[in-house]
Design a protein around this ligand. Structure first.
Ligand code: SF4
Length: 615
């Protein structure tokens, strides 16, 4: 096998309680690289097998034991001096929150340490009838009893397994109470502070009664052309160090650097997206975080950016000695979206979400939707069971998180996610979601390209599969007008394709503020030992995006699902820099489908053939 790969996957059959290994398919790796791409390739193989057996994936429940869960690294993962190389990708054929493909990406240490333990990835099939965990230590894997861990939060689970497995480079990924209780907003949490898992990947893990995977080892990841790689790596790390975002903004303020910037653009959603301006945004900004809460920075394994934060709340009801974060998205979802500008509460809630294994964008947005439903009188008081769900009520937000993770009281309704919650109370229009996945912290009435990204992202309302905020707000690689729709279709397609390759590499998306397709071509060519051109970097990404979309067609999705909540299409922004704006989605979507070569939101047979996708 070429450089960059361990060369094999673990296959875990939990029904049969059996672990086997299988080699990485080199031809498939050449077409899909690794990470997300290789996982999409594997999901397609499973889909074909289900079809052969006459099983309808469209009708299969996401928590059915036949659903598959894949953890996978890429050839960049675990390679010292590869830019931000710690990450791994998690995918499932059907995500509980959306019924669409489930996809998540995480940093920390776990991805790199899985490679050091001797494997590129782990494919999990079937379900156990009692709680178990998987230990992968120095090239050997074993299924172990996890009954004593079941019920523990993610931090206690991690600490318990770190003590149980004392090898070199030990790391744990696991679920918390939310995953055990099959909450469709549960994440897979690693190293106590990083998570993969929008749309309920943690619930799929919980349905399999797989509490955790601990990895440990010290195998080197081979590099095919070490001297050439060193030169390219030096060039890329130097570019990142000199870049305003990766060299200064992210290390100094973390992802929260965006709070004031996006609020000034009139696109920082406030009170369940009723406005794009939070009048008190500075109270919860990156600058305030650095000045009043920051203890120190934290970096994922091998990362030279170090955007992570360790914070503290010194006194008061939300006091906490040290907590990870908070991140921009959390500050927004557990703060501004709920009309909350109490930073103490946000820090505490972020930590609580990590302990419970809850995904903050979806859970915060669901609480925000419940606040609007309640304030408009749509929720009978007896349903709330004492929860005072009003915008600005920080204590109620924290309490709502607990109830959601344990499905207690009104937590049962909150644990449905915003789409089903709003449907339950007769107002689906108040769910700020796409394909059932709650959108992140950028109102597309003020940043039009990101609206097209939300609408067309395969996994649902997602910003990180095509982060057009980079050109529309940050001005990288060039500044474009956020309020125009001209040219946005091409930007979205380019970002989606490039990001697919980055997530298959697998390293951190934040490197792309500084590095482009040429850098990735040079890095991958020298690590793997194949000659990959800049054009191929883009073509591989396009191939992955199209195969993923093809699978979505099989799951029952079509162009009708590529849309946005009516509030963004019909209600003009009431104030701020984007005042009077709505999203002109249809025009952008038509141009986008044309560029993609899709008909009714799906790739044609010709397009798949052109991309050498065999279906
Ligand atoms: S930039 Fe931040 S999230 Fe990305 S790898 Fe580095 S520390 Fe982790």
């Amino acid at each position: 096998m070429a450089g960059g790969y361990a060369g094999k996957l673990l296959k875990l059959d939990l029904t049969a309680r059996k672990v086997t290994t299988e080699p990485i398919n080199e031809k498939a790796a050449q077409k899909y690289i690794g990470g997300k791409g290789y996982a999409v390739y594997l999901l397609h193989q499973y889909l074909r097998e289900y079809e052969k057996q006459g099983i309808s994936v469209k009708d299969m429940d996401a928590l059915d034991s036949r659903n598959v869960l894949i953890f996978v690294t890429g050839p960049g993962t675990g390679v010292p001096r590869f830019p931000s190389p710690s990450r791994y990708h998690v995918m499932t054929l059907k995500a509980p929150l959306t019924g669409s493909i489930g996809s998540g990406n995480s940093g920390g240490e776990w991805g790199a340490f899985l490679k050091f333990a001797g494997f590129d990835g782990i494919v999990v099939e079937g379900a156990s009838d009692t709680p178990v965990y998987l230990a992968v230590v120095d090239g050997k894997a074993e299924i172990r009893d996890a009954r004593e861990l079941w019920g523990m939060n993610t931090m206690d689970t991690t600490r318990a397994l770190m003590s149980a497995v004392k090898g070199k480079n030990t790391s744990v990924t696991c679920i918390g109470p939310a995953g055990e209780n099959l909450v469709p907003m549960a994440v897979v949490m690693n190293d106590e502070y990083r998570a993969a898992g929008r749309a309920g990947l943690g619930a799929v893990m919980g349905s399999k009664k797989l509490k955790a995977i601990v990895v440990s080892g010290d195998k080197n990841v081979p590099v095919a052309r070490p001297d050439e790689f060193r030169k390219v790596s030096d060039r890329c790390l130097d570019t990142m160090a000199k870049n305003a975002v990766t060299g200064e903004g992210l290390p100094t303020y973390g992802t929260a650097v965006l709070v004031n910037v996006i609020n000034e653009a009139g696109a920082f959603p406030y009170k369940n997206w009723q406005s794009g301006v939070n009048p008190d945004a500075n109270r919860i900004s990156g600058e305030t975080l650095t000045e009043k809460y920051l203890v120190r920075n934290r970096a994922c394994w091998g990362c030279t950016i170090g955007c992570g934060r360790i914070s503290t709340v010194k006194s008061g009801p939300f006091q906490i000695v040290t907590a990870e974060g908070p991140e921009y998205e959390t500050i927004w979802s557990l703060g501004s979206a709920c009309g909350i500008n109490n930073f103490d509460a946000i820090v505490k809630a972020h930590h609580l979400g990590n302990e419970l294994g809850l995904e903050p964008i979806s859970v915060g947005s669901t609480i925000a939707a419940a606040m609007e439903l309640n304030e408009k009188g749509y929720i009978p008081e007896e349903d709330l069971q004492g929860l005072v769900l009003e915008f600005g009520n920080a204590a109620a937000m924290v309490e709502a998180m607990w109830r959601t993770a344990y499905k207690v009281g009104f937590g049962k309704q909150l644990a449905l996610g915003s789409r089903k919650l709003c449907e339950l109370y007769g107002h689906p229009e108040l769910s700020m979601s796409v394909k059932g996945l709650e959108m992140p912290a950028y109102d597309p009435r003020g940043i039009k390209g990101i609206g097209l990204e939300y609408a067309t992202a395969n996994r649902g309302g997602c910003h990180v599969t095509g982060y057009t905020i980079s050109p529309e707000i940050v001005g990288i690689p060039e500044k474009i007008d956020p309020l125009t729709i001209e040219g946005k279709a091409q930007w979205v397609k380019t970002f989606q394709d490039f990001t697919s390759t980055v997530n298959s590499t697998v390293n951190c998306l934040f490197t792309t503020f500084a590095l482009g397709a040429k850098d990735y071509a040079d890095l991958l060519s020298n690590v793997i030992g194949w000659d990959i051109s800049e054009d191929e970097i883009m073509k591989i990404g396009e191939r992955i995006y199209n195969l993923e979309r093809f699978i979505m067609g099989k799951l029952g999705f079509s162009d009708k699902d590529d849309t946005l909540p009516p509030r963004l299409l019909k209600e003009p922004m009431p104030e701020g820099a984007a005042k009077g704006q709505v999203v002109e989605l249809d025009k952008m979507k038509e141009e986008y489908y044309k560029l993609r070569g899709w008909v009714k939101g799906m790739p044609t047979a010709e397009k798949l053939k052109e991309l050498e996708v065999e279906v």
